[in-house]
Design a protein around this ligand. Structure first.
Ligand code: NAD
Length: 542
């Protein structure tokens, strides 16, 4: 046994490469995009380290060119889900007893492999499979994935070194045990980094996972799994199980060994998982940890002192990057009458310049939404607005799904602060603006706070610092990540730990110590050196 006390230094965030014309990174990425566009790979399940092909298959296509097939993936049946749970439970015995330094080294190695060797592969797969432009892929699948892996090792070293006091005649210590069961990691389509972290955060703390990836991000997620294996992750620690969510969920959530779920996705899915857990409570060995980050109805609140150009840029980037498919995407705005004419003009001008299309054309700011179901659901909101008396489309409003699932950046202006798109998560490139009377600032702050069930992100734009502080106070519970004079997206690991409360989740702040604490079940150990030899206390003396 090596008895040294290790430290992982406070890491630096991975530098975002810029992919300028003629740069090496651009040249290499284009080569990789060409390669992945030409091939059709087969994606197996990976359970207990072994590849499994069930013969029940689905197809991975490019959302911006949906006839183009990138891969065929195998879907789990009941048998494979049960096998994955068995393998996770088997691996838990060894993995949870391994030194945390060895576990951390595997995470850090995975980060370095992505940074040095597999950056292009992961970025290209995220671009082609999830329709992200190069910048959106770089900040997600390369940089954020790496940052999660490096920072979590550092946070873990802080947690493990946090020990209780010892005193006269006693020695105390805290053992940070893994949970006594497997973790069900359920990931969304929109961030490769989140898929990585939903597994690797519990894994770092000694747990093992059954990973259910979203079917629309399987290509990048499969490459992630292969990188984890190359980094030295032992068999069975993460079990990669693509397939039907409700089939996999039903088996996993009924299992007595469920230790927890680590979920990111929609509010609806999270609620259904939570309900199943409560229905199965009597069956479990321990109360499962429930950690979930869900949707948002993220706002931009504009004070009359704000600078119109800064507001317009914040809205365009906040609402339309990655086609508005970020949980943090701006989707409702409160703008004072005094600034609206100027901001509206800027927004319309900027939207008219935005280019949209294939991810392989680097000048495109926007690409396609993820699939046909998303396209239809977003277009339904837009079509309904075309017939509304209280809302109108001021720019955008068209969609075309003939080649890819393209929807124009769309801005709605409404006179009804409770209009449907001011309350519900659309999860697409649709921003709704309510114009308020400048003298009704406080009433409008109240509206902003109470209109939607979510509490994920929000921003105030204001040149008046006192007004900004006032809004920050009034909107205290409206957002778990609050921005002053910035767009409400783009949280960075180590800088802005991420998550929201209310309908947006359990607010366990991915990318921070708070999240890692959820994956430990601490044991306090007290040792007494000279135990008592008389049961009587002094107060009992006559
Ligand atoms: P989704 O809820 O449709 O799917 C998420 C995952 O759950 C997928 O893997 C899906 O297959 C799985 N699933 C669905 N039904 C299931 C069931 N019954 N049992 C087990 N698994 C099941 O979400 P999505 O469309 O992939 O992602 C978009 C949503 O995610 C948006 O609402 C967005 O706001 C949210 N999101 C939140 C955050 C955050 O940090 N708060 C980050 C990213 C995305």
């Amino acid at each position: 046994m090596n008895n040294a006390i290790f430290n992982f230094e406070d890491p630096k965030n991975e530098v975002v490469l810029n992919y300028k014309p003629e740069s090496n990174e651009r040249f290499n990425l284009i080569k990789e995009l060409e390669k992945q566009s030409k091939q059709q790979i087969e994606i197996p399940l990976i359970i207990g380290g072994k590849e499994i092909r069930t013969g029940k298959t689905g197809k991975v296509v490019m959302p911006h060119d949906h006839k183009h097939v990138l891969a065929t993936y195998h879907l789990a049946t009941e048998k494979e889900v049960k096998l994955a749970i068995d393998e996770a439970m088997k691996a838990l015995k060894i993995w949870s007893n391994l030194s945390w330094v060895v576990r951390s080294s595997i995470l850090v190695k995975a980060a370095e492999l992505i940074s040095i060797r597999y950056r292009c592969m992961l970025n290209a797969a995220t671009m082609l499979g999830q329709s992200k432009n190069v910048y959106q892929a770089e900040i997600d699948s390369a940089c954020e994935t790496i940052d999660f892996l490096r920072y979590n090792s550092y946070f873990a070293s802080k947690i493990y070194s946090d020990q209780p006091k010892s005193g006269f005649n006693q020695l105390n210590r805290m053992e940070y045990r893994a949970l006594e069961g497997f973790v069900f990691a359920v990931s969304p389509f929109n961030f490769t980094a989140i898929a990585s972290n939903l597994n690797m955060a519990p894994v770092l703390m000694g747990n093992t996972t059954l990973w259910k990836p979203a079917t629309t991000s399987i290509l990048s997620n499969y490459y992630l799994m292969k990188i984890f294996q190359e980094a030295g992750l032992p068999d069975g620690v993460i079990n990669f199980v693509p397939g039907n969510g409700s089939l996999i969920g039903e088996i996993a959530l009924k299992d007595k060994n469920l230790g927890g779920i680590h979920f990111t996705g929609s509010n609806r899915t999270f609620n259904s998982l939570w309900k199943s857990i409560s229905e199965n409570l009597e069956n479990y060995k321990s109360y499962p940890r429930i950690v979930g980050e869900t949707g948002g109805k993220d706002f931009v609140f504009v004070h009359p002192s704000a600078k119109p150009l800064e507001v317009a840029v914040g809205i365009i980037r906040g609402a339309f990057e990655y086609q508005g498919q970020k949980c943090s995407a701006a989707s409702r705005g409160y703008i004072p009458k005094s600034l609206w004419t100027e901001i509206k003009k800027l927004l319309i001008e900027m939207c008219s310049e935005i280019k949209m299309g294939d991810v392989r054309v680097f000048s495109n700011f926007m690409n396609a939404v993820i699939n046909e179901a998303a396209f239809d659901s977003i277009m339904e909101y837009i079509e309904e607005t075309k017939h509304s008396n209280v809302a109108k489309i001021i720019t955008g409003g068209k969609g075309n799904k003939s080649k890819g699932y393209f929807i124009e950046p769309t801005i709605i202006e409404t006179t009804d602060p409770y209009y449907k798109t001011m309350q519900e998560e659309v999860f697409g490139p649709v921003m709704t603006i309510f114009v308020y009377d400048d003298i009704e600032l406080d009433k409008t702050l109240e509206l902003c706070d109470t209109t939607s069930p979510y509490g994920l992100t929000g921003a105030i734009f204001s040149s008046d610092r006192i007004a900004a502080a006032h809004a920050c106070e009034k909107l205290r519970y409206a957002a778990g990540n609050f921005y002053i004079n910035d767009k409400p997206t783009g949280a960075m690991v180590g800088f802005q730990p991420f998550g929201g409360a209310r309908g947006s989740g359990t607010n366990d702040k991915a990318g921070g110590e708070l999240n890692l604490f959820r994956w430990t079940s601490p044991r306090t150990i007290k040792e007494t050196f000279a135990p008592a030899t008389d049961y009587k206390y002094p107060f009992m003396l006559d």
